[in-house]
Design a protein around this ligand. Structure first.
Ligand SMILES: Cc1cc2nc3c(=O)[nH]c(=O)nc-3n(C[C@H](O)[C@H](O)[C@H](O)COP(=O)(O)OP(=O)(O)OC[C@H]3O[C@@H](n4cnc5c(N)ncnc54)[C@H](O)[C@@H]3O)c2cc1C
Length: 557
């Protein structure tokens, strides 16, 4: 945590140096002592400290300064740091003015110049004030702050990215400026251009990023975006349960392992509000918890985790080259694809335009607080939709599940169906689908079609969470590996048709169980053709694949 600041201001250079020296000597180990030669200069410092979210414990200000008096300065400065203690330095002749100013600028004390010896005339006063300040000091959040609009898709993706990567941040909604003095004072400090280009991400060192891309954000948030080595034994694309398990097993068995993840480790599971059927966690755990634990475990074994998107694979003899969206390239002997699936889009007018502005794919847990006391609509009838409904029911006034089928039995686990039924503010509407989304800059209403009555009903809605199945995103691998018509990747025995090995397969063995049609490229988890779409099966495949990787490496090197 940055030390709180003691700011002293005086236009007399010698006096300024002397007071700075005395402050540093006594308080330098606990406070940062800053000085300024005028009220204007000091206001600049104060504004910068506010933007950086630093705290000021004390102002020690000369009263008689050209341009701006001490009291005038304080009257402005305390609007930004209302809790800071204020001491005015006056000459003997100014004491009446100083006393009069005590009410005006809420001055805690005035000190006569000169203050020598400080042990008698300065420190006892300041000690007392600083003790009071410390006792009342509200601990300040010092991480990344995101200032934006609740309905902005970019704000949503920034919050989601930070949350899922476990980067602490503070969300400041510009719409609360009227009621939240913290937001208001920050908005006042930004220039016009900045307020027009929200969201703005303010880093702890004061750097401000306007509408940053996720890659830019990753770089500034301290995530690793480039590999440290040029070559690895094993490169894994995708950091969901399957990729993470492969990373842990690979690195723990001595393979130099890199894992590339474009959003956040945890994958779909990381978005789950409660996984209740994963072995060994009888009361369930959140996907975020599972992801965090797995990341710690992977790092402990030395896995390098890169925040980037893999966009291309090139094969050169025994080497597999992986190109990343940020322009970097790395090579490996064995490549493991664990890219899972992404949400299928809902095709209805208005949905694409309002995505991120009230419409979200997945449970979008970062939005839960904003749904407080509102009605939330969840589209889908599988476990993911059921978990989301349970999660939002803790915040929202009412959660309405819109299910296309006439029952949940075929698509959802019984334990979840029981939980939904037992939750009074969850309502399930069967035979329904969303046919249109309405709103200018954010979602305001949805039209719901009921297949039973053939009626379309338009209802007010601010939050719609869509979970209607998922599809793999493997087009970037189209020329490399064999895929089914939906894009899922074939592996092992699936590749041998009519007793024939895959085209171009030159080895005198069949493709291994989780191996693709390219030797040394493996596939695990949801992206694999025929996989069981569950956390445990992804973890199982990721772990098992490592033994096939070893077999492959034993021949290749
Ligand atoms: C909300 C929800 C709740 C669920 N609840 C449960 C449950 O309770 N129990 C259960 O067993 N299962 C549950 N599932 C299913 C389970 O989460 C998935 O089966 C599992 O996450 C699949 O793991 P995976 O590693 O194969 O893929 P994913 O989890 O999909 O991970 C793939 C990762 O690859 C990354 N990626 C994709 N392309 C690239 C690229 N080109 N470059 C870099 N990275 C890339 C993605 O960003 C993603 O992080 C749930 C799923 C959801 C969505």
């Amino acid at each position: 945590m940055a030390k709180p600041v003691l700011l002293t201001v005086d236009d007399d250079r010698e006096v300024l140096r002397a007071i700075e020296r005395d402050l540093r000597r006594k308080y330098g180990s606990d406070y940062r002592v800053l000085r300024a030669g005028s009220g204007q200069e000091a206001l600049e410092i104060v504004r910068e400290l506010k933007i950086r979210n630093n705290s000021i414990a004390l102002f020690l200000i000369d009263q008689r300064m050209p341009g701006m008096s001490g009291v005038e300065f304080l009257a402005e400065a305390i609007t930004l740091f209302p809790d800071a203690k204020r001491v005015l330095l006056t000459a003997y002749a100014d004491t009446d003015a100083a006393i009069a100013a005590i009410n005006e600028a809420g001055i805690n004390h005035y000190l006569l110049k000169p203050w020598d010896p400080p042990e008698e005339n300065l420190y006892p006063v300041l000690d007392e004030l600083l003790e009071d300040w410390e006792a009342a000091f509200p601990s300040q959040f010092e991480g990344i702050r995101v200032l934006g609009n609740r309905w902005s898709p970019t704000s949503h993706s920034i919050k989601d990215f930070l949350a899922r990567n476990h980067v602490p941040y503070l969300w400041l909604d510009i719409e609360t400026a009227a009621s939240d003095s913290e937001v208001r004072s920050l908005v006042e400090l930004l220039d016009e251009e900045e307020t027009r280009s929200l969201p703005i991400v303010i880093l702890p060192n004061g750097v401000r990023l306007r509408q940053p891309s996720l890659a830019e954000l990753a770089e500034h948030a301290g995530l690793k975006t480039r590999a440290t080595e040029a070559f690895y034994d094993l490169a894994i694309v995708g950091g969901g349960p399957a990729g993470l398990a492969a990373a842990v097993y690979g690195a723990s068995e001595g393979l130099r392992t890199v894992m590339i993840e474009r959003e956040a480790p945890g994958g779909q599971a990381g978005m789950s509000s409660r996984i209740e059927n994963y072995l060994g966690f009888p009361s369930g755990l959140t996907g975020a918890d599972l992801a965090r634990r797995a990341v710690v475990q992977a790092r402990r074994f030395g896995v390098e985790i890169i925040s980037a998107e893999a966009t291309e694979v090139r094969i050169d003899g025994p080497y597999r080259f992986l190109k990343l969206a940020n322009g970097a390239e790395l090579s490996c002997h064995a490549l493991l694809v664990a890219t899972g699936v992404q949400w299928r889009k809902l095709d209805a007018p208005g949905v694409e335009r309002l995505t991120g502005a009230g419409i979200y794919y997945g449970a979008a847990m970062t939005e839960a607080m904003s749904t407080k006391d509102e009605d939330v609509y969840v589209v889908g009838g599988a476990n993911s939709a059921g978990q989301a409904a349970m999660y939002f029911s803790r915040y929202a006034r009412r959660v309405v599940m819109l299910v296309r089928g006439s029952s949940l039995a075929a698509s959802m686990s019984q334990y979840l169906i029981n939980q939904l039924k037992a939750t009074p503010n969850i309502q399930i509407e069967f035979n329904t689908s969303v046919v249109e989304a309405h709103g200018d800059d954010h979602l305001e209403a949805i039209s719901i079609y009921c297949a039973e009555t053939n009626a379309v009903n338009k209802v007010p809605a601010n939050s719609l969470f869509i979970m209607i199945g998922a599809a793999p995103n493997t087009d970037w691998l189209a020329n490399i590996v064999e895929r089914d018509e939906l894009g899922f990747i074939y592996s092992g025995p699936q590749l041998t048709r009519d007793g024939k090995r895959p085209n171009g397969w030159k080895l005198d063995r069949e493709p291994g169980l989780l191996e693709t049609n390219v030797p040394g490229i493996f596939v695990v988890g949801d992206v694999r053709h025929g996989s069981v779409k569950r956390v445990a099966s992804g973890v199982g495949e990721g772990s098992v694949a490592i033994s096939f990787v070893h077999q492959y490496l034993s021949k290749v090197v």
